[in-house]
Design a protein around this ligand. Structure first.
Ligand SMILES: *[C@@H]1O[C@H](CO)[C@@H](O)[C@H](O)[C@H]1NC(C)=O
Length: 364
């Protein structure tokens, strides 16, 4: 993100009147030259956006008593990541009495909790691992409605695991590129080995800056022996830089080479002023290109889009690219801004589509 985009994001969240904003913007630009401030601008981790509320009381963000279990996940290098395990609604209803009885607040031994047992002991349970964007915490802005949208399609089965990267919210440490990637890997490791969910029942959801983290991690896991490939990856409003494009290329190539089934969905709104939707077009092209043995140039793909893109009118458009192994899907909405989109039904649909394709018995 450029400084003005970052400042734009900042001011939007903070809702500061224009005159003050102009003054602050000048101060921000001045601060940009100092290196400690630079890391604060890239990650915006010091901006919490959950004023006067305690993350350990998720009820104040609109959840039912103990629907959310706040806990922490230890990283391999000793940081503690603050995390929320969010129960889907129908599952909550079925277990309401025992959930209400438990004490609320931060949990140091999550294995003792009903919520985790419901996730771990149900062979039908699905888990969405959420990697949020720059700034804020697990509870900021449109992230809470986003969690609802993620599990809305199957409220008996779809759990959400969301966490704050190092240096964000209540997590220890300070952010760095490798640090954030390590965080995501350790959270995935927790999901697979403590919660006991195999990757075929895990979906990775990422938004904005989180998409860079998720692509880097997905590539890392896809080239392991044996490879780790999830039920699907859904990227909303991705921010695309060279490193992300290279990781995307390697991720797709590795899965094609290993003949692993992979599903990548890219969703962006045309009215996203923080990260323009052209980032998604670029990412989609690189992903499609990587899925072919000879490559495809941008203009050729645009030509193909004219033939196979589905025009959804006011809802936008959709284009799907299928190979023998994978599905790469691009959904461009007309509206949805940068983060309001996360609570939209397209998000619910993307989750359902991926879990259904990974295992058709999911919907039965
Ligand atoms: C497109 O794919 C081809 C074949 O894998 C590769 O040689 C080329 O570098 C790719 N181009 C881009 C822009 O990624």
């Amino acid at each position: 993100m450029t400084a003005s985009q970052v400042a734009g994001t900042f001011f939007k969240y903070a809702s500061i009147p224009l005159a003050a904003a102009v003054g602050l913007y000048a101060i921000l630009l001045g601060l940009l030259t100092t290196s400690t401030f630079q890391s604060h601008v890239v990650y915006l981790h010091a901006i919490q956006m959950t004023w006067f509320k305690d993350l350990n009381v998720p009820e104040t963000f609109g959840f039912l008593r103990n629907q959310v279990t706040p806990f922490s996940i230890k990283t391999t290098d000793g940081e503690r990541l603050y995390a929320w395990h969010i129960l889907p609604l129908e599952l909550y209803r079925q277990n309401e009495a025992s959930l209400i009885e438990e004490p609320s607040g931060f949990v140091s031994d999550i294995k003792s909790r009903v919520g985790l047992q419901l996730l771990r002991d149900d062979p039908e349970a699905r888990l969405v691992i959420h990697m949020h964007g720059a700034g804020g915490t697990v509870a900021s802005g449109y992230r809470v409605p986003n969690y609802r949208a993620l599990s809305a399609g199957s409220p008996e089965k779809i759990h959400v695991l969301t966490f704050d990267y190092r240096g964000f919210g209540k997590s220890t440490g300070s952010p760095s590129e490798t640090g954030l990637m390590m965080d995501a890997l350790d959270v995935i490791d927790w999901a697979m080995h403590v919660a006991g969910i195999p990757p075929s029942r895990i979906l990775i959801f990422a938004q904005s800056m989180g998409t860079a983290v998720s692509v880097a991690v997905s590539k890392h896991l896809a080239i392991q022996d044996p490879p780790v490939v999830f039920a699907g990856t859904v990227l909303v409003a991705p921010f695309v830089d060279v490193a992300t494009l290279v990781s995307t290329y390697r991720y797709i190539r590795a899965n094609e080479f290993n003949e692993e089934k992979y599903r990548l969905t890219i969703i962006h709104a045309e009215d996203d002023y923080d990260i323009p939707w052209h980032h998604s077009q670029l990412l989609f092209w690189h992903a499609v290109n990587a899925s072919t043995s000879t490559g495809i140039c941008y203009d050729d793909l645009e030509q193909k889009k004219l033939g196979s893109m589905v025009d959804l009118g006011a809802a936008g458009s959709m284009m799907e690219w299928r190979t023998n192994n994978g599905v790469i899907r691009e959904e461009i909405l007309k509206t949805g801004l940068h983060d309001v989109i996360m609570g939209y039904p397209v998000i619910t649909m993307a989750v359902m589509r991926n879990f259904d394709a990974a295992d058709p018995s999911f919907m039965s």
